[in-house]
Write a protein of this length. Structure first.
Length: 245
């Protein structure tokens, strides 16, 4: 399988900030204008890229056929999401603004989700391939103010979503609002939620499981007064998790 080689284009990306979506219930990051899998299925006839699906080992990365420009992605985040209390280290990353395109039309494999980290203090979601070396020079392509692609050796190695909690959505909503009433403590609740999810992997006693359910519901009560989609997405996911337990 050939590697997907990427060219940096200085023109403005067609991706809009409102089209950067993070669905917490399924842990899917959805980038682009398409609203469902049927619409992405149709793109197979008009685009190049990595046409893999969520149950496969690769992510779906799409480029148009006319100019080979990036037009979207569906990325299943690897779990558990690792909560980071420190700031994201980007000292070795050169930052550029613009778009990306593939250098070849062939349909390549591409996986950006071997690891997923959430930086609570900065409200940053980072998803990246195990091939990415943080000690070697990388380039961060800012495609919107909140969405970046990480390149190394002309290959896609990961994505970064800034103001990640703002891009959190419940199922059925296909764009984030231009103005979202998001409190700064939502990122703290989100970090706590991921830490609790990780505890579910432990061999819990009946008492510990009850305590864990109560901890989930405490976060639920804390975000209950707010109506922005990000809060609804977190509340819905908490209820799903508690029902599963």
């Amino acid at each position: 399988m050939k590697n997907m080689k990427i060219i940096i284009d200085e023109k403005q990306s067609i991706i809009n900030n409102t089209e950067v979506r993070w669905y917490l219930s399924s842990q899917i990051v959805w980038i682009g204008k398409e609203k469902n899998y049927n619409e992405i299925e149709k793109l197979k006839n008009t685009s190049y890229g990595s046409f893999e699906w969520l149950w496969s080992d690769a992510d779906t990365i799409l480029f148009n056929r006319d100019g080979l420009d990036f037009i979207g992605a569906v990325i299943k985040l690897n779990e558990p999401i690792i909560v980071k209390k420190s700031k994201m280290d980007v000292k070795l990353i050169e930052e550029e603004y613009g778009d990306i395109k593939i250098s070849d039309k062939s349909n390549f494999n591409c996986k950006l989700s071997d690891f997923t980290e959430y930086y609570v203090e900065e409200d940053i979601l980072l998803s990246y391939s195990e091939k990415w070396s943080g000690t070697n020079p990388s380039i961060e392509i800012k495609m919107t103010s909140d969405f970046s692609v990480i390149l190394q050796n002309n290959e896609m190695m990961g994505i970064v979503i800034y103001k990640a909690s703002k891009h959190l959505l419940p199922d059925g909503i296909h764009q984030i609002g231009e103005v979202e009433d998001i409190k700064s403590d939502l990122r703290i609740r989100l970090g706590c939620f991921f830490e609790l999810l990780e505890k579910m992997e432990d061999d819990l006693t009946q008492y510990e499981e009850l305590e864990l359910k109560n901890a989930f519901m405490e976060i639920y009560e804390q975000v209950l007064p707010y109506d922005a989609p990000s809060y609804i997405g977190l509340r819905d996911t908490i209820l799903n998790v508690v029902d599963y337990m």
